[in-house]
Write a protein that binds this ligand. Structure first.
Ligand code: TXA
Ligand code: MG
Length: 311
């Protein structure tokens, strides 16, 4: 395993270190150190009213942050942790305001990644937003982190992340559990465990009354204009993420054939690639016909694509 010791030292000294998870790379800081947390906001250029997710290495650590752990939460943690599911709990009074942006709730998850878990085991709970500068797509490779924060930025190397889209954020406080940000674990998977309806926040798209502060921020729009729909011919100066077989220059015509897992894994890297290549457009061919096989990923992908579209 990657030598973690120097990175653990950095965290213990109140510094910020990027590390891999199964979703995207996170920008980690000690969840009990307000100075370290303020560095996270500064480095990312993140608005102070957008709260952070606490990352834990075991379930017992949740009670340091949550004032109440419902039986629903217990069921979900048993079934999906470690994994890409963030749960929003009522917070304990001593949880730092910098984490929760002054809300009365705190979001917690346990990442399903060997390196991340070992790291957190040795540092204690870490806050970790995606390790990109605000306005860039979430990083799915260590190189993306270095592109955003500089070649010497401390990153625990972990290869490309396996899911590629951020975790599902689920609020368990309302009468109906509500998805605030869709991810790989979706309504169907949650229903199977909870045996009750799951709501999807109408504010999953940007609005002025968000339930999750992150919903109101403009997400990454590449310099290239993102287009979504059917594709029947190939134009110049465009990166294509295709499902069907229209052939063209393989450096910019990529075939997914309805493999939504692969598209999720690669989407943010492709956004960055189009901008590196200086292309004017990215065309993503309609994923709706392939929704059946992975409905939850289809929902998460649609949500991220929607946010990146040029109006
Ligand atoms: O997959 C992930 O969740 C990644 C990796 C690194 O774990 N992290 C991540 O963090 O995506 P970030 O900060 O980029 O997104 C956190 C989202 C934001 O939309 C934020 O508004 C929401 O979670 N959030 C955090 N705390 C919340 C709370 N108490 N109530 C509602 N939403 C919350
Ligand atoms: Mg983010």
């Amino acid at each position: 395993m990657h030598e973690l010791k120097p990175y653990i030292e950095l965290i213990k000294n109140g510094d910020v270190v990027a590390f891999p998870t199964e979703t995207v790379y996170g920008l980690g800081a000690d969840a009990w150190n307000p100075t370290a947390i303020s560095k996270v906001f500064k480095i990312k250029g993140r608005p102070a009213d957008n709260p952070l997710i606490v990352h834990v290495s075991d379930k017992e650590q949740v009670s340091q942050f949550a004032s109440e752990i419902s039986s629903r939460a217990e069921l979900l943690m048993d079934q999906f942790w470690p994994g890409p599911l963030t749960l929003v709990f009522p917070k304990k009074p001593n949880v730092l305001d910098a984490i929760t942006a002054g809300l009365d709730s705190v979001a917690v998850r346990m990442p399903d990644h060997k390196v991340a878990l070992e790291f957190i085991r040795q540092t204690g709970p870490l806050v970790a937003p995606s390790a990109n500068t605000s306005g860039m797509p979430s990083p799915t490779k260590a190189d993306h982190v270095r592109t955003d924060f500089g070649i010497n930025f401390p990153v625990v190397e972990g290869g490309a992340t396996s899911i590629g889209l951020e975790s599902t954020v689920l609020d368990l406080r309302p009468p109906t559990p509500t998805i605030l940000r869709p991810g790989k674990i979706g309504p169907i998977e949650l229903q199977e465990v909870l045996h009750e309806d799951i709501a999807i926040s109408d504010h999953v798209e940007s609005t002025d009354q968000p339930h999750s502060p992150g919903q109101k921020y403009t997400h990454y729009k590449p310099k290239a204009e993102v287009r979504y729909g059917a594709v029947d011919h190939i134009e110049e100066n465009t990166l294509y993420l295709l499902q069907t077989k229209v052939y063209g220059d393989p450096s910019r015509v990529i075939h997914y054939q309805g493999d939504l897992e692969l598209l999720s894994r690669e989407l943010y890297d492709r956004f960055r690639q189009a901008d590196r290549m200086g292309l004017a457009q990215i065309w993503i061919e309609d994923i709706a016909p392939y929704r059946q096989k992975s409905p939850s990923l289809a929902l998460a992908l649609s949500n991220r694509i929607e946010k990146s579209l040029s109006e």
